[in-house]
Every structure is written in structure tokens, then in C-alpha cells.
Design a protein around this ligand. Structure first.
Ligand code: RIB
Ligand code: CA
Length: 312
């Protein structure tokens, strides 16, 4: 079984936290390191959360703090969904190791440069760090296998009517990634809204009975409450682990290779991903867009990782 080396760029965030656990505990993935980006919360908060998730799940990989603002200098926190700490719902342990003494982008560069195999970059937050990496380390792009990102949508948005949050936070960074020429896999809301934390999932977590599963239940209950309040979705979508799951087993999704552009100017649509599903515009195809999820297969991977982490 070939193991896939990845760097995970994230903004923990409840679903990012679960993506970290899946990346660290699935045997097909080699998590080389974690870089953080502001999004679900301010950069200091999401970075502390990344360290605390590592402490909670006994994960020991390099973690570095990345960009606190978008390429154009914007910042916003999704406290309405993730809470004041950006990861409300459970008391998490204090960090067990220090941050790397480098930026998140420098960590991505270091890990890609030092890897003897091509590295897959997985982004589950705004694409700022990924875009900066591509611009600052052009000589390293040949050692990148592909970029997988949770973001965008072939239909409607969630931060604005047409823009998904990660993309909306940094449309210019998204444009850099979409024009990079690297193989791209987009896991947008179309597919992630099928990864729902249902009562059956809660039942599986309760049956585990580990300290870790109890903390995750607390986090997921908070996530469910806010998602219901904001989006009238009683079963919250666990977006980010889908971007890891597609690497573990590509059959977990049905995808289509199409052209994707990011709207940078639209008065009402800035940050929208324009996904040309039926190739109506004839633009160059640049991304494999996941559209349907095999939810039982996804949850089997996710819950196996939680089980393994709980016994670590
Ligand atoms: O729109 C959902 C995405 O925005 C997820 O990655 C979530 O963690 C937030 O970052
Ligand atoms: Ca995220």
C-alpha cells in the first residue's frame, strides 16, 4: 500500500480538527506537518487549536503559524459557527509541544523541499498560505503531487449566497491556485454537505467510550447547535475530512474534471467558484470536482480514525 505524504493547511475549526485526526490516523496518509491560516478564527486561536487537537489525539507533527490575513489583508472569524475560541464545545488539553520557529508557508516549503517523494498539499481553510507557497517557492512546485482543497461550490455558497467561506475569505489566493497548473481536487459544498453528523454517527462515537470520543461528542454537539441555528441544518456537514478521504480512497466520491474559475469582481458574487460542469464556456479544464459522496464509506474511515486515536 503506497502511503501519501501530505501537509495539511487548516483553520481549526471543528471540521478541521476531524481532518487532522483522519490524516494522522489513517494508514494511507503520512501527515508531514500542519500549517495554520486564519478563517474560522483569528490566526492565534486556530493555531492554538491545532496544537490542542494534536495534544488531545496524541499527534506529534511539526505545526507552524501561517497567515493571519488574506492576500489583500482581509480577516474575518466564523464565530457564529465555531464559537469564540474557534473550537468551542469541549475543554481541550494544553499543547504538549511548541510551534515551529518559522511561518506556516516556510514550513510547507521545508517539508516539500525535504521530501524524497512528491507531497500532496491539503487545504481546509482559506488558500492564502498555499498561494504564498506557490509564489515564494516556484522551484519546489515540481515536488508537489497535487493540491486538494475543501472549498467552493458548484451551486450556492454558505458565507454569501454564492460564495463558500474558505474561498470568500481569499478569492485572489484561490485564483492563484486555480491558475497554478498543478493537479487540483476540489471538495466543495456539493459533496461536503453529504458528510452529515447524524444521530447514528453520534451513536458510534458514544459506543467508543474513550476520553477522545467524549471530547469529540462535545465538539460535534456545539457544531450541530450552531449549524442548526445559522443554516437550519440539524445534522452538521463535516466538510474538511472529505479532503483527506478522497486521498485515502478515491471511490469515496464521484467527481468530474471541469473548468473552475473564481469570481474576483462580482458586486454580489465575489468569491464564487464558477464550476463549468457541462463545459458550456470551453475554458481549459483545471480541477477534479467532487460532487457525490459515498457517506457510509466516508464515515467508516472517519470513525476508524477516531477509534484508533482514542486507543493511542
Ligand atoms: O465552508 C466550510 C469551510 O469553512 C470549512 O473548511 C470550515 O472549517 C470553514 O473553514
Ligand atoms: Ca476549515
Amino acid at each position: 500500500m503506497s502511503v501519501i505524504p501530505i501537509v495539511l493547511d487548516c483553520d481549526p475549526g471543528h471540521d478541521d480538527a476531524m481532518a487532522i485526526i483522519l490524516a494522522a490516523y489513517n494508514p494511507k496518509i503520512k501527515l508531514l506537518g500542519i500549517s495554520t491560516v486564519s478563517g474560522n478564527g483569528a490566526i492565534e486561536k486556530v493555531t492554538q487549536n491545532a496544537l490542542r487537537v494534536c495534544a488531545l489525539a496524541k499527534i506529534n507533527v511539526p505545526v507552524a503559524q501561517g497567515s493571519g490575513v488574506s492576500l489583500l489583508g482581509a480577516a474575518e472569524a466564523a464565530t457564529d459557527i465555531h464559537g469564540e475560541s474557534a473550537l468551542d464545545g469541549a475543554d481541550l488539553p494544553a499543547p504538549t509541544f511548541e510551534l515551529q520557529k518559522m511561518t506556516g508557508v516556510e514550513l510547507i516549503g521545508k517539508l516539500v523541499r525535504e521530501s524524497s517523494e512528491k507531497v500532496t498539499l491539503v487545504a481546509t481553510g482559506p488558500l492564502t498560505n498555499i498561494a504564498l507557497f506557490l509564489k515564494l517557492y516556484p522551484e519546489l512546485v515540481t515536488n508537489v503531487e497535487q493540491i486538494v482543497f475543501m472549498g467552493g461550490s458548484a451551486s450556492r455558497g454558505n458565507r454569501t449566497p454564492y460564495a463558500e467561506f474558505n474561498i470568500w475569505m481569499d478569492p485572489e489566493a484561490t485564483d492563484v491556485v486555480l491558475k497554478s497548473g498543478l493537479p487540483l481536487t476540489m471538495c466543495g459544498l456539493d459533496v461536503t454537505h453529504q458528510a452529515l453528523v447524524t444521530k447514528e454517527v453520534f451513536g458510534e462515537l458514544e459506543a467508543m467510550g474513550t476520553e477522545l470520543s467524549k471530547k469529540i461528542i462535545g465538539l460535534m454537539k456545539f457544531f450541530a447547535k450552531t449549524y442548526d441555528e445559522v443554516f437550519e441544518m440539524p445534522n452538521p456537514p463535516l466538510h474538511d475530512p472529505v479532503a483527506i478521504a478522497v486521498l485515502i480512497d478515491a471511490t469515496v466520491v464521484q467527481s468530474k474534471f471541469v473548468n473552475v474559475e473564481c469570481e474576483l469582481k462580482g458586486e454580489f458574487t465575489r468569491g464564487a467558484t464558477v464550476v463549468d460542469i457541462f463545459d458550456r464556456e470551453g475554458r481549459k479544464k483545471n480541477a477534479t470536482v467532487a460532487l457525490n459522496l459515498d457517506a457510509p464509506k466516508f464515515w467508516s474511515m472517519m470513525l476508524d480514525a477516531v477509534r484508533a486515536a482514542g486507543q493511542a
